[in-house]
Write a protein of this length. Structure first.
Length: 99
């Protein structure tokens, strides 16, 4: 069976880089996975930590205000660009009609 030649010269380098990086990640990942499993056995729930609660309404209002402001700015930019294109088209039409 013939091996397929790479379409691009860098294709074999990319494949080699992917193999090496995946091997490195797997080699580094196993100890971390084993350590995480050991840490799960030692878990103790924290009930004495003070909780900080934040009302959701101000964050919701801020998010809506940001989206509306971004939309208005986008529409204003489009409006200016369309005006510029219309002026350029009028200029082109004027030049063509004068010839």
């Amino acid at each position: 069976m013939r091996s397929r030649k790479p379409t691009w010269a860098w294709e074999t380098d990319v494949k080699r880089l992917l193999r090496v990086s995946m091997g490195t990640l797997m080699a580094m990942g196993w100890p971390a996975l084993l350590w995480a499993q050991e840490a799960q056995k030692e878990f103790v729930p924290a009930e004495s930590i003070a909780k900080q609660e934040m009302p959701a309404a101000p964050l919701l209002y801020a998010a809506y205000a940001f989206v509306w402001a971004a939309l208005i700015v986008y529409i204003l930019f489009l409006w200016r660009r369309i005006g510029r294109v219309e002026r350029e088209l009028r200029e082109v039409n004027r030049r063509l009609s004068s010839k």
